[in-house]
Design a binder for this molecule. Sequence first.
Ligand code: ME8
Length: 516
Amino acid sequence: MTDTSPFYITTAIAYPNGRPHIGHAYELIATDVVARFERLDGRDVFFLTGTDEHGQKMQQTARREGLTPQELADRNAAEFQKMVKLLEGSNDDYIRTTEARHHAAVKVIWNRMSEAGDLYKDAYSGWYSVRDEAYYQESETEVRADGVRYGPQGTPVEWVEEASYFFRLSAYQDRLLQHYEDNPDFIGPTERRNEVISFVKSGLKDLSMSRTTFDWGIPVPGDPAHVMYVWVDALTNYITATGALTDPDGPRAKYWPASIHMIGKDIIRFHAVYWPAFLMSAGLPLPKKVFAHGFLLNKGEKMSKSLGNVVDPVNLVEHFGLDQIRYFFMREVSFGQDGSYSEEAIATRINSDLANGIGNLASRSLSMIVKNCDGAIPVCGPLSEADEAMLASADALHASTRTDMDALAIHKVLASIIAVVSEADRYFAGQEPWALKKTDPARMATVLYVTADVVRQVAILLQPFMPGSAAKLLDLVAVPENQRSFAFLGEAGRLASGTPLEAPKPVFPRYVPPEV
Ligand code: ME8
């Protein structure tokens, strides 16, 4: 039975203190792939992305650039929106935390935590990283040779002392640990789950929830000298967009709780410790899963402005092509682990998997059909053992990719699709349809039919990864628009003999490096 229940997936909302970089693009692509996969598999999907526009980092950057924080947010949010469009993100909404709807939702959640007795006023003194917008224990920091004190993510920390509201995080330690135990899939991958559990077991201190030394944030209800700590505001974006707090009878309220929060590994603590504690306090259901992907490294090195290797996703897409980039990152990186990329690695994938792999299989088999089968999908005769085995491998992909996608092993989904393409290459070469043309044309027709149906199924499954190219492949085998969802995988959607085909146009050109 097809599962048609609501499926809500989010990306982290990026700080628009600069232009989007490849890490942002990677997260958007991965989340978009999952959203598209679930939609094609019948789920009622809501996919959200956006920008995290408040906080000290935004205020400081704006000051340095001679802008107001709102002007900086407007300028860069437009860049993020452009990136999402360029990457063909299929998000259903884009949230900016400076929007009125978000202010309204944040006030509701704050008041609920306050009514639960979990907020109290005191004074904070301790270390703060503006780059991470995070408080750290002294034991998590170190003074390096340059005399500067750094936090655990390698960003400088500064001493902060100010009046602040606190959240009774310490009171949630046991409930959080119980939740992790009762819901083993709540945090993924396993390394991150273990990291969170040991952090929580080591003891939780109450969390400073408001700042009084700057004003770029959402004012605390009834105490406007305080602005909320940016993470309180930021995390709430996920629920704002559903309207569950402000419009509980509205059309999107059904999407809360989220199915998956997709984030990077550096922000797991906020999502798997603070956020569930806030929700427990506010009496709201918890997201079903928080999954942390790894970091992208440029030729094995961390990207940083000082190393000058911060790659602009726009350039990468313009150089290699959008679907090629989407494919590369999803195929090359074990999802959940760090991944390295280089122009050479991208070129190799494009040529081996796309041009020589799926592209070549489609063009060889379909051009033979157009030439030798009256330009139409041929009649499929009785199936040999080899034909049956080939179709069985293609038909098995729906279930196996479903299982891998449930585990967010996105790279495995692609690996098994490509394995079927390789199998089809061997099948095609072994059956020698070009030799059958003279000796047994009916048998040739069957081999071509089977191969074309493998192309069809592979193309249906590639849609989440390469929407444009997969659509072109499906056009080549003349699959009607309304037969491209996963419901038509396997026998249900077999190609109809007699459907006219046009001579195949190349979908995946070889990558040839520009002359230098
Ligand atoms: O953390 N590789 O925003 P952000 C892969 N506003 N992913 C990367 C990356 C890299 N090199 N660099 C960053 C924030 N990311 C907060 C989130 S959510 C309520 C608030 C990922 O702009 C990073 O892990 O610093 C995060 O998931 C996302 O990009 C946005 O990072």
